[in-house]
Design a protein around this ligand. Structure first.
Ligand code: PLP
Length: 448
């Protein structure tokens, strides 16, 4: 009988051929680090709702959801129609246009912290802009971020902290660049208070669900404490809602947790599945971008400049407006949350039935699991154990992903992004794929 890897290779011959072509075009054959996969990535042909089909005709329940951009699932008709309408009028006017105003108004209506907004072309650009605005506004240089929190790949946030390093490091970024960056363990309010006590920190930036969209959950009390400490010390709180925005509530994590930051960064769902990002927040801070007629000193020395060819391009604006208007009443958030909870209950039920060492949990419509060690169970679906979840033990992730592909499921990390298009059949297919994958891993002696 073929083993897990042999089955994976046998099911994906066309992907294998495409990967060979891509290997001489792109470094590692891919256009995003997270898409690299051994022995080769699976190439997708088309997608619909909660599913996608690869170039070999395999049907897959999709938990990547456009890296989190597709709360409404693939090809939601209203969004597709809006994009077609925009394309028919022109892809780029190089001028202001009606759709950007409507899109901006919609953002301000939905996001609690939003008083002014400026569009960018990606989440990375949004976090870069937010930190620049914060430094310009406060006149302070230092930024605080948290271990393992991801904010894109621009110079300040891209480094990794080695075990004995004072600064993070990424090759290609001058070391001195990190002199004004402090990295703290997330969840420790005393450490935060101490770091901000010198009143020299411009901004604290964080993923409101904890690192990697809830892989390392944070408590809402900590967010409230952060709000209090940042206000007290004149530090701006930047909530990076690139993933959580419009997902955890129509107004994002800040609405769900009732904590309003000074600035918010958004992307992904914001642009309805097309490229786009924004910074929104306090008018006095975002207005650091404004030009002042007759004030050359402000314009040349004090304001923050901003360009970007594709900011608020008509197609992204149209997709964003259509998506946000559907999300506004909260029903897609509730549907996706319910599907994620059903997946977590289904997977935990299966793990218990089969005595699998592991457990699943979710935050809103983002679900995760531990596998390969005796992890605690959440009392319902959200992580509430005192210890940190560890995820999937080393060495198990790759064979697990092959096995899940073989049974028709594509994960994002150790879990996935659930959309409003995920329903009972996706939940059932996912649990059944896990049943199959666990059997396969056990047959190869990879799982106890
Ligand atoms: C929390 C967070 N911030 C920022 C980014 C960067 O966004 P983008 O990939 O659009 O540059 C991401 C991307 O996944 C993210 O998850």
């Amino acid at each position: 009988m073929a083993n897990i890897l042999e089955t994976f290779e046998a099911l994906h011959p066309t992907s294998k051929q495409m990967a060979a072509r891509a290997a001489v075009v792109f470094p590692s054959g891919v256009t995003h680090d997270a898409r690299a996969f051994e022995p080769f990535p699976v190439y997708v042909d088309h997608a619909q709702g909660a599913r996608k089909w690869d170039v070999d005709g395999n049907e897959i329940v999709d938990y990547i959801g456009g890296h989190g951009a597709l709360l409404l699932g693939h090809n939601r008709p209203e969004v597709v129609e809006a994009v077609h309408g925009a394309l028919a009028r022109g892809t780029h006017f190089g001028s202001s246009h009606d759709l950007e105003i409507e899109w901006g108004e919609q953002v301000l209506k939905m996001v609690p912290s939003g008083e002014r907004v400026r569009f960018t072309s990606s989440g990375t650009e949004a976090t870069m802009m937010a930190l620049r605005l914060a430094r310009a506004y406060t006149g302070r240089d230092r930024v605080v971020k948290f271990e393992d929190h991801f904010h894109g790949w621009h110079d300040l946030v891209v480094g990794r902290l080695g075990p004995d390093e004072a600064h993070p490091h990424s090759i290609g970024v001058p070391d001195g660049f990190y002199d004004a960056l402090t990295i703290l363990p997330a969840g420790d309010a005393d450490a935060l208070a101490e770091a901000l006590s010198g009143r020299d920190v411009a901004a604290v930036i964080l993923e409101p669900t904890g690192a990697h969209w809830g892989s390392h959950p944070l408590s809402p009390e900590y967010l409230r404490e952060m709000r209090r400490i940042t206000t007290e010390t004149g530090t701006l709180m930047v909530m990076d809602e690139v993933i959580t925005g419009f997902r955890m509530a129509p107004g994002g994590a800040q609405e769900r947790y009732g904590v309003t930051p000074d600035l918010s960064t958004l992307a992904k769902i914001l642009a309805g599945g097309l490229p786009g990002g924004c910074v929104t927040g306090r008018a006095d801070v975002v207005s650091m971008l404004e030009m002042r007629e007759g004030d050359p000193d402000w314009n040349s020395k004090r304001r923050v400049s901003h360009q970007g060819t594709f900011n608020a391009n008509p197609a992204s604006a149209a997709a964003g407006i259509a998506a946000l208007k559907i999300i506004e009443d909260g029903s897609p958030v509730r549907q996706a949350d319910a599907a994620a909870a059903a997946i977590v209950r289904g997977v935990n039920g299966l793990f218990q039935e089969l005595s699998v060492p592991g457990s699943a949990w979710c935050v809103s419509s983002m679900w995760h699991f531990n596998l390969g060690y005796d992890a605690p169970w959440p009392s319902d679906v959200e992580w509430d154990a005192a210890e940190e979840p560890q995820g999937v033990v080393d060495g198990l992730m790759r064979p697990l992903r092959w096995a899940l592909f073989n049974h028709g499921v594509d994960l994002m990390g150790n879990g996935g992004m659930v959309s409003a298009a995920h329903g009972d059949s996706e939940v059932a297919d996912t649990v059944s794929a896990f049943r199959g994958a666990i059997g396969d891993l056990r047959a190869e002696g990879l799982l106890s």
